[in-house]
Each structure stands twice: as structure tokens, then as C-alpha cells.
Design a protein. Structure first.
Length: 198
């Protein structure tokens, strides 16, 4: 639920990190989460609608969180605790931040790391313009099933990206037709890991 857009590029860079209490998806609107605990909450409802670019007032409002940093780690589960969160596409978020002069217009985004508890593909679907224009160099995403890997690899190949599974010592190429492994099609159990496309 809380997304961090990092503009720290390294030594000598005076820009700071931006913390926003928003959700990212392939559609805009407002999503409702139950128990915004240590995993960011469980999606329980959505009201998709067009959102305009984020205004300066929105930016200030979304930058405030009613919970302190780290408070989620020790929070008990409470499914009655609900939060409605403004939901942006990655394209709209970047356009909004450019319009607010929080990031430079048209600048390359070196890496986008997505970890949205099984909703990473939806976030990528909301980055069509960024991917089409090759603004993003690398995408790191969470993997939880072979079907999901295939969806992401197919989607990213459409934009000219190559994808890999990240292991401790190697990158394993994955592509729906060129680099698909027979055993992956029959592996039914869910598993967790990370992937990289670039």
C-alpha cells in the first residue's frame, strides 16, 4: 500500500526519497484494503474510476500516513481495520511526479522494483507508456507461479524486454517460446522468488 519512489541515484545526488500512501495497478480509482499490516493489506474491494494527475495538495496528502514507519511490523491482524487508498497506474504516477517537478520530465528510470504480493503483473499493465518509450531500463518483480512468470515474460517481450529468474548465483532466461522449460509447464505448486526484465 505504501509505495516508495526512490530518486536517489548515488553519491552527490541531493534528491530525496518520496514516500506515498497509494496503490499501483493497471486501472485508477480507489482500492480498499483490510488490515494494512506488515504485507501492506489484503485487497477487499475496488472502485475503479478515472483519476486526474496528482495535484500538489494530493501529493502532500498522500505523503502522510496515519501509521509511523515500522509500526506495521508489530501490528496485530485485524480484518475490521480498513483503508481506502487512491490507486494510480505507474504511467500516471510518473506523469504526476513530473508535473509536480518531483522528478525530471522524460528522465530514464533505471530500475523499478515491484513487490505487491501477487499483483505485480497488474502494476506492469499500468506502465504501457513507460515500457513502450523504453523509459524503464530494468524491472524487478516477485514471482509466485510458473503461470505468472509466463504472463510477465510475454508482456515484457511485447515491449522488447528479456526476462530472467533470479537465483542465488545465476540468471535463468525465460521467454514464452524461446526459453520455456518443459518441466515449468507441469509444476503445479506455488513458489516464490524474483524475476528481472531488461
Amino acid at each position: 500500500m505504501i509505495e516508495m519512489v526512490s530518486t536517489q541515484l548515488g553519491e552527490g545526488d541531493t534528491r530525496s526519497q518520496i514516500l506515498l500512501n497509494i496503490a499501483l495497478s493497471e486501472k485508477t480509482g480507489h482500492l480498499m484494503f483490510a488490515d494494512p499490516g506488515n504485507e501492506g493489506g489484503k485487497l477487499i474491494g475496488n472502485a475503479f474510476s478515472d483519476l486526474p494527475q496528482m495535484t500538489r495538495d494530493d501529493f502532500v496528502k498522500h505523503g502522510q500516513c496515519k501509521y509511523s514507519l515500522g509500526e506495521f511490523r508489530n501490528m496485530t491482524v485485524d480484518d475490521n481495520r480498513k483503508t481506502t487508498v487512491p490507486t494510480y497506474t505507474l504511467d500516471l504516477l510518473v506523469t504526476s511526479l513530473e508535473g509536480l517537478s518531483k522528478i525530471k520530465r522524460g528522465e530514464e528510470i533505471f530500475v523499478v522494483k515491484i513487490d505487491t504480493e501477487g499483483h505485480d503483473y497488474s502494476v506492469l499493465l499500468g506502465a504501457k507508456d513507460l515500457l513502450h518509450n523504453k523509459r524503464i531500463t530494468f524491472v524487478i518483480f516477485e514471482v509466485w507461479s510458473n503461470h505468472f512468470v509466463k504472463l510477465v515474460a510475454r508482456h515484457m517481450a511485447h515491449y522488447g524486454y528479456q526476462c530472467f529468474l533470479l537465483t542465488r548465483y545465476t540468471l535463468v532466461p525465460v521467454h514464452e517460446t524461446d526459453w520455456w522449460y518443459v518441466h515449468m509447464g507441469s509444476f503445479k505448486r506455488q513458489w516464490w522468488g524474483n524475476g528481472l526484465c531488461g
